[in-house]
Design a protein around this ligand. Structure first.
Ligand code: ZN
Length: 272
């Protein structure tokens, strides 16, 4: 089904590995692309990582992640914006195709989600002045509504599409199967995102899910119709890299990294 040349390893999938080990693992297993998380990038050092990635001929589907824009006061929102500009710089340095945005939830102590959503819109608008000048597209990733309070108050593709309509060039969406599979408007909203899909992330939704953040399933072990979603994304013009992104503290993160890579590749071929 999905061809290996489209597979990108989101480094969260093998959290047991450093970025250096992830890069070496991709090379060893013939995985052509990677999406590093910034904490691992900083551990290795941006320059060292950039050199290793390019020396090994890996593509970089995205940098994970910018965002977390919301804050109670101007000062804290400014700190967040400054950090996002650094993230854009890092995306340039490693040749990333886009910067993924997890936009932030309610500021501590706030109950005003409308205000938080306004802050997100304003912050992305401000960041765009910089990211456009650096040619780094911003990929808004809607998160499942269970994360609205603490991680992202953009919770549906409709909301992300609305933001893109409002903000114009240089911003698009990342479609993460885990976050949007349940949405009754999934098909029309993916179609509406035509031309602005910047990433497609896959894993699976386990039944039961024992931890909302850290119990994502391997593709094929849950209830998401991944081929159907891939077809929607492709019909909307996205034929780029597909990231495997599995947060799994009690299962996949406890296994041997090479075993995880092998199973990722098998499942990518069979069930994506
Ligand atoms: Zn994702």
């Amino acid at each position: 089904m999905a061809e290996l040349k489209r597979l990108s390893l989101n480094t969260a999938t093998v959290n047991q590995w450093s970025l250096k080990e992830c890069i070496e693992g991709c090379v060893r297993h013939g995985v052509p692309a990677i999406d590093p998380w910034r904490d691992k990038l900083h551990e290795l050092g941006v320059d060292t990582a950039a050199k290793m990635i390019s020396d090994n001929g890996l593509e970089v589907s995205a940098l994970c992640r910018g965002g977390m824009f919301t804050g109670l006061d101007d000062a804290s929102r400014q700190v967040a914006l400054d950090d996002n500009r650094r993230a854009v710089d890092e995306a340039v340095a490693i040749g990333a195709q886009c910067l993924v945005l997890v936009v932030g939830g309610l500021p501590d102590g706030s109950k005003d989600i409308g205000e938080a959503r306004g802050q997100v819109r304003d912050a992305i608008g401000t960041l765009l002045d910089y990211s456009r000048s650096c040619n780094i597209p911003l990929a808004i990733e809607p998160l499942h509504p269970m994360f609205a309070a603490d991680r992202a108050c953009v919770n549906t593709l409709a909301q992300a599409n609305d933001l893109c309509d409002e903000l114009g060039d240089g911003v698009g969406v990342a479609v993460d199967a885990y976050h949007v599979w349940w949405d009754p408007d999934l098909a029309p909203e993916i179609a509406r995102a035509k031309g602005r899909i910047l990433g497609f992330h896959v894993c699976d939704w386990l039944v039961p899910t024992t931890d909302l953040l850290l119990d994502r399933g391997m593709m094929g072990d849950g209830v998401i119709d991944l081929p159907a979603m891939r077809q929607m994304v492709e019909a909307a013009g996205y034929h780029g890299l597909i990231e495997v992104e599995i947060f799994s503290a009690e299962n996949w993160w406890k296994r041997d990294g090479d075993e995880v890579m092998q199973i990722v590749i098998e499942r990518f071929d069979k069930v994506v």
